[in-house]
Structures are given as structure tokens and as C-alpha cells.
Ligand binder design. Structure first.
Ligand SMILES: Cc1cc2nc3c(=O)[nH]c(=O)nc-3n(C[C@H](O)[C@H](O)[C@H](O)COP(=O)(O)OP(=O)(O)OC[C@H]3O[C@@H](n4cnc5c(N)ncnc54)[C@H](O)[C@@H]3O)c2cc1C
Length: 326
């Protein structure tokens, strides 16, 4: 059974992994090198379904609650399971209450526990919410590791021209590239930056609530921090704007003033493909299965969507095999 996967972002790589694991012969076709056009490259890597429930449908929590287990099965040892800390400036405590009202799976933490969880933040915040079941991963490490792992197992990675006719099935995971082909898909721009400083150490994602501009900071180790992300209703993928850069830097500074002296080592902007309900879909068009609309939950939900797509493909084979002869 030969299957072509188009797109090597998180959706493409996880479905390639799932199809290979179920015994298919898989080729992955990607038009750009080194993930340079993948939204996945810019992601925070938070597996945070309880926090996301603040603004997301209940289905995101249902489908995403076992994401860390799914990733652990795909790439053992790459998932950090030490929760998410949600904070707000002391004057904005109502933002924490509002967040708490819309979520579950947390406990309130005081200044003392915040300092125990994140010593660098000692004395800076009086109250917070701690979501102990959440996890995170480093998207760039995961994308490289998964591609290398699949390649070592015999999955072919092609970057020339793919001939669809050679394959029994095609799985389209081309993300934002499908926006122009689909009336329902839209783009939601996410801008982010990387800061580097040895003055602060964090061990888990920290979200800073703000009425106008909530942000998160995800530690990558060695003093590197990913700061994200804007949510702008446009499919424009160009460079980060001065306004967004200022807002992200202001928020990082509000979390800890030592970020003022950090080096800005990278900025970027990606386009999150989204359907009107902001939920991802597995769809079928002829012999093509599409996985798209992962919105801000690509790492959280891609393993579950990959399993759903693989089941759909294999069920077609099973029903063809069981069909009585005419
Ligand atoms: C700033 C930011 C932060 C985020 N943080 C998180 C987070 O913390 N947690 C989380 O779960 N999600 C997060 N997301 C969302 C997540 O990144 C996306 O949902 C996810 O990357 C979408 O994955 P994808 O594989 O569908 O698309 P992409 O990663 O965009 O991959 C699509 C690939 O298809 C390729 N392609 C395009 N056209 C073709 C073609 N014709 N043939 C072959 N290949 C093609 C592209 O080059 C690209 O490599 C974040 C997103 C952004 C922008």
C-alpha cells in the first residue's frame, strides 16, 4: 500500500509516522527545505489543552488531553511534563479569575508556591494558576527528530515533483497553502520571537494574562526563550510588525525586567490555518485525505488527527477487501 503525504509540517510528519507504523509504504513530499515555510517551525510547542479551553471548544480538551502520551509514544523522552504556570500582573487579578472561570485542571498558587515552581519569578507575582497535567516539547527538535527517524526507517522524503498517479492514496497536509483553494479555511497570523539571556531560568511555559495582549514564554534551555504569539485575522505571512514586536517585548519585560537585556535572536511570523469553528478536520476528496485547520493546536492535536486519518484510509482498504464479488 503506497501512500503519498504532501507537506512535512507537524500534520504531515505525524500522519507519515502513523501510516508507517500501520504497515504502509510512505513517501513524504515537501516543497520547501528545512521547514522554512511550515507554521510548525514557529510554534511554542505547548501541549496545553486545559489552558486552551479558556478560548477553545470542549473538543480541544477532549482530543488533546492525551497528547503528551501520544507524543511520548512517537518520540520517547522528548516531552516535558511539568505543567503550565498562568500569571497576571498583581493589578490584573480579575484576569486570573476570568481565566479560572473558563478552565479546569488547575490549582491556585500563591507567591510562595510560584517561587518554588519558578525561582526566577520569586517575589514578582502574588497569585497564579498552575495546570500540573500540561506538557510541552521543542517543536524544532521534534520536527527534525521525527523526520530523521522516519527517514532511517525507510520513509522516502522527496522534494522534486511528486506524481500523484503513482500512489494509491494521498494525504494532503499542506496547511496554509490550502487557504486559497478552500472557501472555509482562513489564516490567523502568529508572530513570535526568541530571546536569549542567562539572567532568568524557567522550567515550564508561563502565560502572562493581560486584557489586551496575553502572551506566553516557553523555555528552550540554555537561556533561550520563545515568546509568543499574536493572533491576527489575516493570511499575511510577512515579517513581524513593530507594534507586535513592542507588545511581545513589553510582555516579556512585565514577566521579568531582566528580559530587557536579553538578546533578540530571532523574530518570525507564521499563518495558522483555521476553519470557522477553529477545530481541525480530516476530510476526504476522492483518493485524497486532507488534514487541516489545526489553528493554534497543531502540536496538541496532530497525533490524534493522524490516527483518525490513518483509520479512515485503512478502513477503506478493509471495506474494499470485504466487498463481495459481483
Ligand atoms: C507563533 C505560533 C505559535 C504556535 N504555538 C503552538 C503551540 O504552542 N502548540 C500547538 O499545538 N500549536 C501551536 N501553533 C499552531 C501550529 O504551529 C499549527 O497548528 C501547525 O503548525 C499546523 O501544522 P501543519 O502541518 O498543518 O502546517 P505547516 O506546519 O504549515 O506545514 C505545511 C507544510 O506543507 C508544505 N507545503 C505547502 N504546499 C505544499 C505542496 N503543494 N506540496 C508539498 N508540500 C507543501 C509547506 O512548505 C509546509 O512545510 C502555533 C502556531 C504559530 C504560528
Amino acid at each position: 500500500m503506497r501512500i503519498l503525504v504532501k507537506g512535512a509540517g507537524v500534520a504531515g510528519l505525524t500522519v507519515a509516522h502513523e501510516l508507517y507504523a500501520r504497515g504502509a509504504e510512505v513517501t513524504v513530499f515537501e516543497t520547501s527545505r528545512n521547514f522554512s515555510r511550515a507554521a510548525s517551525w514557529l510554534a511554542g510547542g505547548m501541549l496545553a489543552p486545559w489552558c486552551e479551553r479558556e478560548s477553545a471548544d470542549a473538543a480541544v480538551l477532549e482530543r488533546g488531553r492525551d497528547a503528551a502520551d501520544r507524543w511520548e509514544a512517537i518520540l520517547p523522552g522528548r516531552i516535558v511534563r511539568n505543567g503550565t504556570l498562568v500569571l497576571a500582573p498583581n493589578r490584573d487579578r480579575q484576569e486570573l479569575r476570568r481565566f479560572a472561570d473558563r478552565t479546569t485542571g488547575y490549582r491556585w498558587v500563591d507567591e510562595h508556591e510560584i517561587a518554588t515552581l519558578e525561582p526566577s519569578l520569586a517575589g514578582r507575582f502574588r497569585h497564579g494558576l498552575f495546570f500540573p497535567q500540561e506538557a510541552h516539547l521543542n517543536p524544532r527538535e521534534v520536527l527534525h527528530s521525527l523526520r530523521d527517524d522516519l527517514s532511517a526507517k525507510g520513509v522516502i522524503f522527496a522534494d522534486g515533483i511528486a506524481d500523484d498517479g503513482e500512489f494509491a492514496d494521498i494525504v494532503d497536509c499542506t496547511g496554509a497553502a490550502r487557504i486559497r483553494l478552500s472557501r472555509e479555511l482562513r489564516g490567523v497570523r502568529g508572530e513570535m520571537l526568541y530571546l536569549q539571556t542567562q539572567e532568568i531560568a524557567l522550567s515550564r511555559p508561563v502565560r502572562l494574562l493581560h486584557p489586551r495582549f496575553p502572551v506566553y514564554i516557553v523555555p528552550r534551555g540554555d537561556g533561550l526563550f520563545m515568546v509568543g504569539a499574536t493572533m491576527i485575522e489575516t493570511e499575511f505571512g510577512g515579517a513581524i510588525t513593530a507594534r507586535s514586536l513592542m507588545e511581545l517585548l513589553n510582555a516579556a519585560y512585565a514577566l521579568h525586567p531582566a528580559f530587557a537585556d536579553a538578546a533578540v535572536v530571532e523574530t518570525g511570523a507564521g499563518v495558522r490555518p483555521a476553519f470557522p469553528d477553529n477545530l481541525p478536520r480530516v476530510m476526504q476528496e476522492g483518493k485524497t485525505i486532507l488534514i487541516n485547520g489545526l489553528y493554534r493546536h497543531g502540536f496538541l492535536l496532530a497525533p490524534a488527527m493522524a490516527a483518525e486519518a490513518a483509520s479512515l484510509i485503512f478502513s477503506r482498504y478493509d471495506s474494499n477487501r470485504n466487498r463481495p464479488c459481483a
